[in-house]
Write a protein that binds this ligand. Structure first.
Ligand code: SF4
Length: 137
């Protein structure tokens, strides 16, 4: 009879909380708890734990805007969102349009996809008052 090798969930994570960039080894033990080694501080421990259990990222992208001088306004989430939701959020944002004026920091989408995070503008864009005929003269 061949002994079944226990499946072990483990991951090598590079901490990005500070420039030291510690390499942290995270392993789920048989009792379900995590073994976290290689971090030099509590912040690194917390980062590695979150990154292992539910990695999150700040999403930065653009969405379409009407009545502004440019067609797109840069936006980002105001807090990290689950990495697995990034594509779904991008698809949602690709299908919406906002109207100028927009101020940097304005909430353009509240609780995107029901998450805690909001989508905020990262640039101020006023209404384009340029008369195109006049501009071409
Ligand atoms: S574990 Fe601590 S010291 Fe190491 S990179 Fe992360 S924050 Fe910096």
């Amino acid at each position: 009879m061949i002994a079944k090798k226990p499946s072990v969930e483990e991951k090598e994570i590079t901490c990005i909380v500070c420039p030291t960039g510690c390499s942290i080894h995270v392993k789920r033990l048989e009792d379900g708890t995590l073994s976290i080694e290689g971090n030099q501080c509590k912040r690194g421990y917390d980062y590695a734990e979150t990154e292992f259990i539910e990695p999150k990222r700040i999403l930065a992208t653009t969405i379409r805007i009407e009545m502004a001088k440019v067609p797109l306004v840069p936006v980002r989430t105001d807090e990290p969102v689950p990495k697995e939701k990034l594509d779904e959020i991008l698809d949602f944002l690709a299908n919406i349009k906002v109207k100028a004026p927009v101020n940097c920091g304005d909430v353009l989408v509240e609780h995107v996809l029901g998450l805690d995070a909001n989508i905020i503008a990262t640039r101020t864009l006023g209404v384009d008052t340029c008369d195109k005929i006049a501009c071409e003269i």
